[in-house]
Each structure stands twice: as C-alpha cells, then as structure tokens.
Design a protein around this ligand. Structure first.
Ligand code: FES
Length: 157
C-alpha cells in the first residue's frame, strides 16, 4: 500500500433546475439520481479507433466498472447511501496510450492501465476510501471553479 492522497469530498449541495417542466427529463433526474451524483467516472471504452488499449480490453474494463458499482450499490442513491457514482463510457479520452484511461471527477484524477484489477482498487480506495491510487494516477487536476469575472466577459463578448 502506498502513501495515497486523501481526497476531501465536496460539501456543496447540488442544485436542480427549478423550471424542469419536461416530465421525461424530470423522471431521468429522479431514476438516475442525477442530483445525487458524488463522483462521475469516465472511461475510454469501445473506441472507434482503439489506441490506448484494445477494444476488447476497454470493454472488459467498462463491464467490470458497471458490474462492481452495481454490486456495491454505488450506482444509485438509496436510503443508507443518498449519493451515487455515475459512470460514462467515453469513446476516447484523447490520451491514447497506457489505457484503458479513466478519469474521476470532481477530483480530476486521471488513471492509466485501468484494467479490472486496477478498477477494483480505484473503486475500493478512491470511490469508497477517498484516497487516490497513486500507482496508477498520472495526473490530479480538479476542475477549477470558473471565476465570475471570466463568465461576465464571455456573456459580454
Ligand atoms: S483511445 Fe483511449 S484515450 Fe484515446
């Protein structure tokens, strides 16, 4: 076990859009637990042009990630855990080497060689234990909050 970086979970309360009048969207927000997402994992899988790893290896990782989040009941919010982890299969995360490539937000931790064994560690140590799996992390870059001044300038442009 390495000296893993401890992540402080965000204390921000998610906001839902007030004027959500589309019933289908509203149902999706509810059934998928979109307003309860604690982390969002993107993985390069089922690529059009498989560069970082083979298509087969990427799909094995994707299936493993889905299976484990479901088995551990992390994929949907529930009474004993009112938050969830969302997962998305990205065609290519543009790193294109040492794959499968995976990134975990909001922590902004980029992982390499995310095979099922590594994914198990990421799920257990990062998602549950709030510690970066340093051996496989090649970048940690949480997205910065957009400065208000920059937003104003964009609106004026
Ligand atoms: S093919 Fe996996 S990151 Fe581009």
């Amino acid at each position: 076990m390495s000296n893993n970086t401890v992540i402080q979970p965000s204390r921000k309360i998610p906001k839902t859009t007030k004027n959500l009048d589309n019933k289908a969207l509203s149902k999706c927000v509810e059934t998928l637990g979109l307003a309860k997402i604690q982390r969002h994992i993107f993985i390069c899988a089922d690529q059009t042009v498989p560069n970082c790893c083979s298509k087969q290896a990427s799909l094995e990782s994707w299936e493993y990630l889905k299976k484990r989040l479901k088995e551990l009941k992390l994929d949907r919010p529930h009474e004993s855990l009112p938050v969830c982890i969302f997962r998305t299969k990205a065609n290519c995360l543009r790193v294109c080497c040492s794959g499968p490539i995976m990134v975990v937000y909001p922590d902004g931790v980029w992982y390499r060689q995310a095979n099922p064994e590594v994914i198990e560690r990421i799920v257990q140590e990062h998602s549950i234990g709030n510690r970066v799996v340093e051996e496989y992390a090649f970048l940690t870059h949480p997205l910065p909050e957009t400065p208000l001044l920059a937003c104003d300038r964009l609106i004026e442009a």
